[in-house]
Design a protein around this ligand. Structure first.
Ligand SMILES: [Zn+2]
Length: 291
């Protein structure tokens, strides 16, 4: 049985901090576009933080800890942490694990990330989300051994093949979303929790996919979101890119990422409507407080 917490009336908001240089790597863009731009990373994070603040929600920021070396970006994250948001791990370097990845590599990624958060923020993370939603028994045991208390990487959809096909058409290699069957009853910890990504009509319910849908379907997602309060609700930092303002700051490889070229105003409008519906009659909570 999946060790999930009973937090039906809580709305947890998550955001994965996959910065443009990480997505450029994902789309196989040129390595010079991989150059890290602290100022732009700060701008994206600031936009996201301002949006959450205006909409009065506390959020879990899933940080890729190698990016804590960025000055302004990392300082803003620290400020957000001290303002009551939660910091969780999204690995150290965001590798796309596939197939037979070694236990040592997994342990290095989750263990190093745990330590970096502990040193930088003064407290260790409670939660983790795996890059590309990679999840197997080894990963879960490594998380428990490192000291994490929950994972939020599990998701299942009968349409996974279609989602992979969509990724393939955008030039992304497939297979990273496959999740091995997990022996939940055999985990070494009895208190470790899993917060799966919710699904709706067989599809994972997360922001960028909802944003991708055409109008009537989008409205249906807004309605269902307000009825059922799907949680955790997942954003990605790239959803705060502004195609008009940001121009050449966005690596060209990243322009093919879904919704990157949608005007920011339009994206914010939909995000606001979704949050309003999700919050209706429910309490916004941090995931670490739901275990
Ligand atoms: Zn990611």
């Amino acid at each position: 049985m999946i060790p999930s917490a009973d937090s039906k009336e809580a709305i947890q908001i998550h955001i994965d901090l996959d910065l443009p240089h990480i997505l450029n790597k994902f789309y196989g863009g040129p390595s010079k576009a991989n150059a890290v731009n602290d100022e732009y990373c700060y701008t994206l994070l600031k936009r996201a933080a301002d949006f959450f603040s205006e909409n009065e929600v506390k959020v879990v920021f899933f940080v890729i800890t190698q990016d804590l070396k960025l000055g302004r970006y990392a300082e803003l994250l620290k400020e957000l942490y001290f303002n009551g948001h939660e910091i969780a791990s999204h690995s150290h370097t965001h590798p796309y694990f596939k197939g037979n990845v070694s236990r040592a590599h997994i342990e290095e990624e989750v263990g190093r990330s745990y330590e970096e958060i502990k040193v930088f923020f003064g407290a260790p993370p409670t939660g983790y989300r795996s890059p590309g939603f990679f999840l197997n028994d080894q990963m879960l045991q490594s998380l428990i051994d490192a000291g994490y208390k929950y994972d939020s990487s599990l998701f299942y959809s009968p349409f996974i093949g279609l989602l992979d096909l969509g990724a393939k058409l955008r030039g992304v290699s497939t297979g990273h979303r496959r999740q091995r069957p997990i022996d939940w009853d055999n985990l070494k910890s009895k208190t470790f929790k899993e917060f799966p990504l919710p699904s709706c009509l067989g599809l994972p319910f997360y922001h960028n996919l909802n944003l991708y849908f055409p109008r009537p379907f989008k409205d249906l997602m807004l309605y269902l979101g307000s009825r059922s309060g799907y949680s955790p609700y997942l954003f990605h930092i790239i959803e705060f890119a502004d195609p008009e303002e940001d121009g050449c700051l966005l690596p060209s490889s990243v322009l093919k990422h879904p919704n990157v070229q949608t005007p920011l105003k339009q994206k914010i409008h939909f995000a606001k409507a979704m949050l309003r519906g999700l919050k209706k009659g429910r309490v916004n909570m941090l995931t670490k407080d739901c275990i």
